[in-house]
Ligand binder design. Structure first.
Ligand SMILES: CC(=O)SCCNC(=O)CCNC(=O)[C@H](O)C(C)(C)COP(=O)(O)OP(=O)(O)OC[C@H]1O[C@@H](n2cnc3c(N)ncnc32)[C@H](O)[C@@H]1OP(=O)(O)O
Ligand SMILES: O=C([O-])CC(=O)C(=O)O
Length: 373
């Protein structure tokens, strides 16, 4: 008999949501009722973010207006540029984004006069600007202009990173990835962001909470950890030997397993196909072949499947993205989900404050300081 592990709020229903379904038999992953497969195949990320935050798919004029609105919000305040310049070159980009979002909240605080959509739009539009302004300033001493006419967030990101327009294939690959990462019910970072919202805190605080929670390797940080693993191997045979050894040593293989999904993460199949397409385009299959071999071993030895983070790693590398920017891309996308949850939490708010089972010492008699050893 398998004994189920306790703890970590596993299997606890902590509230209701109408934003997405995760792991519901017969439904799969949906955002506001639309399947992730349909969204990845047909929607652009801005359409997905609109759906999550406005509760319906935009019409063509609404989508065009939304994209234009986001395009105009890419410029950063001078004070924030100054702060980004002061951050260390060795900082992790997740810390840079966490600090950047927090700082933006001081320059453009959410007030009763500002609706939450304004914060969502601003953060969606300018988080790539923050990240890549800091990146170029510290890696090359260049102050990049973060304003651009790029049509999409994906194009804006890749153009700012590489200094030239991405191919349509590259833009679409990143765009699909943003849609896949946008929302996932009560995952750890969203739940943490909702806890913050439940105290009636501001939207920047919720998003900052989300970033801090996403950063760890058991959550968003797994895409960077998966890359470190995959790129350590020159071929599938070496990967197989090393992963078998890691499993014997009871090590975690990042990018595998999931708290809610039991047999597959539906997003993984989609990003895996994009990883293959990008490998074919580059005529370079090493990362893909190594990844597939690791997937085979994990299925065979542990009955574990890749989650979204695993094939995102090779896909991002094929887009020429440095590993330390992988989890920040997750942030750029997940802002849409965090903000949709903040609004949902606020719409019927009650402070989130569970109980704990006390397992500490019985009442102790007070010990004066000179009696302590
Ligand atoms: C987009 C996302 O955030 S998806 C998640 C990204 N995170 C990762 O990929 C990190 C690697 N994966 C994991 O650590 C886990 O699978 C989690 C954190 C995602 C889920 O954790 P939990 O639901 O608590 O699963 P739990 O840790 O109890 O795993 C059950 C068993 O499978 C094993 N297991 C789970 N995932 C892995 C893995 N990736 N590699 C090796 N073994 C694993 C555990 O060691 C555990 O074995 P045990 O019962 O012998 O101790
Ligand atoms: O749902 C989870 O626990 C983690 C995850 O896949 C996500 O946040 O996308």
């Amino acid at each position: 008999m398998t004994v189920k592990k306790s703890g970590g709020l596993a299997d606890v229903v902590a509230g209701q949501t109408s934003i997405s379904t995760v792991g519901k038999a017969g439904m799969g992953l949906t955002y506001r009722g639309y399947s992730i497969e349909d969204l990845a195949a047909n929607a652009v990320f801005e359409e997905t973010a609109y759906l999550l935050n406005y509760g319906k798919l935009p019409t063509l004029p609404e989508l065009q207006a939304y994209k234009i609105k986001l395009r105009k919000l890419r410029k950063l305040p001078a004070g924030l540029l100054h702060i980004l310049e002061q951050l260390p070159a060795a900082a992790h980009p997740m810390d840079v984004l966490r600090t950047g979002v927090s700082a933006l909240g001081t320059f453009e605080p959410e007030s009763s006069a500002t609706d939450h959509h304004a914060v969502t739009d601003r953060l969606l539009a300018c988080s790539a600007s923050m990240l890549l302004y800091w990146h170029h300033y510290h890696s090359q001493g260049i102050r990049v202009d973060t304003e651009s006419d790029c049509d999409s967030i994906a194009e804006h990101f890749l153009q700012l990173l590489h200094g030239h327009s991405p191919s349509k294939l590259h833009e679409k690959a990143l765009d699909v990835s943003l849609t896949l990462y946008a929302e996932h019910e009560f995952n750890a970072s969203t739940f943490a962001a909702r806890v913050t919202a439940s105290t009636l805190s501001d939207a920047y605080s919720s998003v900052t909470t989300g970033i801090g929670t996403l950063r760890g390797n058991l959550h968003g940080g797994a895409n960077e950890a998966a890359m470190a693993l995959i790129e350590a191997f020159p071929n599938p045979a070496k990967a197989e030997a090393a992963v078998r050894h890691m499993l014997q040593e009871k090590k975690l293989i990042m990018g595998f397993g999931h708290r809610v999904y039991a047999v597959r993460d539906p997003r993984s199949d989609i990003i895996k196909r994009w990883s293959k397409k990008l490998s074919d385009d580059a005529q370079d299959w090493v990362l893909y072949d190594v990844s597939e071999r690791i997937e085979q071993i994990m299925r065979k030895e542990k009955q574990l499947f890749p989650n979204l983070d695993f094939y995102s790693a090779s896909a991002y590398r094929l887009l020429g993205i440095p590993t330390s920017l992988f989890t920040p891309i997750f942030v750029i996308s997940r802002i849409s989900g965090w903000m949709a949850h903040l609004v949902e939490q606020r719409s019927h708010n009650r402070l989130i404050r569970p109980n704990a089972d006390y397992i500490g010492p019985e009442t102790a008699s007070w010990l004066p300081i000179d009696h302590r050893s």
